[in-house]
Design a protein around this ligand. Sequence first.
Ligand code: ADP
Ligand code: ZN
Length: 598
Amino acid sequence: MSKSLNILKEVFGYPAFRGQQAEVIAHLANGGDSLVLMPTGGGKSLCYQIPALLRDGVAVIVSPLIALMQNQVAALHEVGVRAALLNSSLSQQEAVEVEQNMLAGKYDLLYVAPERLLTSRFLHLLTRVPVALFAIDEAHCVSQWGHDFRPEYSQLSILHERFPQVPRIALTATADTVTRAEIIERLGLAEAKLFVSSFDRPNIRYQIVDKTNSKSQLLAFILAEHAGDAGIVYCLSRKKVEETTAWLVARGISAVAYHAGMNTQIRSLHQERFLREDGIVMVATIAFGMGIDKPDVRFVAHLNLPKSIEGYYQETGRAGRDGEVANAWMAYGLGDVIQLRRMIEESDASEHFKRVAATKLEAMLALCETTTCRRIRMLGYFGENVSTTACGNCDICLNPPQVWDATQAVQKALSCVYRTGQQFGAGHLIDVLRGNETERVKEWRHDRVSTFGIGQELPVRAWRAVFRQIMALGLLTTDSGGFGSLCLTEASRAVLKGQQTIYLRQQSVQKKVSNRQSNDELVTFNPAEQDLWERLRAWRANTAKEHGVPAYVIFHDTTLRELVRLCPQSQDELRQVTGVGARKLERYGDNLIEILRI
Ligand code: ADP
Ligand code: ZN
């Protein structure tokens, strides 16, 4: 057996490498530089943790986030690996102690914040010890265009200049080619070997539903598919975060809030609870999530449309890192399209930036309105040509939408926009189409325009879907005055002239696409197994509390589930279970066997 496989089994308790892990590890262990692009949950950490144990000296891991470092170090301690961290959370004295220990060769891995690493003091210390490797985690932080930009990251090329003989590995889950090029350039990795994994996350089921009442839809989704599960709910505004949290809490869901406007202390308290307790729902703006490596997030819900597929992919990617079944669910409606278009229009950014933002939004909308497999579309957007066979694990594949010839309806809608002077929003236009004599209709004398009452055959909800879809198709746009009025576009002309046929998606009567269906083994615990599962979870929660670490650092759900299924009765049998390495066996073996014997 190769040395690295042996470490994987003995130390980490896993039976086999995933994806490209083995190749990456071999390359680094042999002293080669590399850039690793792997999706979230792909298992990037082991790519440097195992070489750190194989090579002489201390491996220095650069990481941008304190919480991330703490969790990684805690997890390494649990499996008996000598690791420590150096960042602003330590006192002066603690930091000096860590440095002394490093010089004494007491660590295999040291996690360091970039600003600390770059001090001349620390760089000098590094000349006094053998360094096994440099790992630059979250390498996309060098990108000035991304939202995670860290100025110190762009100075990390100094590592190669000062320590040319030490191999480097840069890792990121950001998939786009522009960021990739920037990382290579700024970190001086032109010669490095590139490892690009597929960005598909097959265990995540994508669902995008028509928004009617987003809060009730969310609650129904949680109750039906995720009662008691940990999840993240993303909202666009702070206000919506607060409202949604309160609403969920009032309905018995353990939800907490997180946004940049909150008091720092409360915010980190909520983050801690989410990480440490089982089954907490985090309601947040996109300020939350970077560096959250909780593996058992079972769902990510969006109550608002993300601004780009990159954002959507990154946010939904926080679900199911452990590889178990997970859901990415989004409710999306006409209001979202209008709001985001308006935000782009009204921003002070340059014309170039606005154009880029608008293009990204168009792609996101196309993903929402697609009538073909969402996974294929999304991966295609990242330049990945996956198989042309549909994935079978998105709402479109599971419940293909019907399309209808909407040419006439669209003509009516566009013509109504034109007849009323291109200065109204969808609500008013629908009133005119349906012949509602509202105050506003009368005030503007829109009961006299030729399109008044010509759309009575469709209910309001259907009209909203028509407007939303034709916005997404680029047949309507919002005005630049910032009032959300809908205007015609170049593309509308052909439709109005009857030169183009338009097919739209039928309003879906929301059939439930349950993720539970596909994974029977997850839920078919019999009562005795269920009881064992509960007891194991309780034991895990207690142990985690005693050790001051998140529950998943003790064991993942995957491990507990295997324990229930296999019910091992001896140390030897326990050793076969995923996630049970030598150290955990020694520490927890007796306890577990006691629980399993009852
Ligand atoms: P990433 O940093 O790429 O998002 P992590 O390194 O955090 O992913 O790994 C995701 C999860 O998968 C972790 O909890 C890790 O323990 C687990 N994992 C990684 N590699 C393996 C493997 N070969 N077998 C089983 N589990 C693995
Ligand atoms: Zn699909």
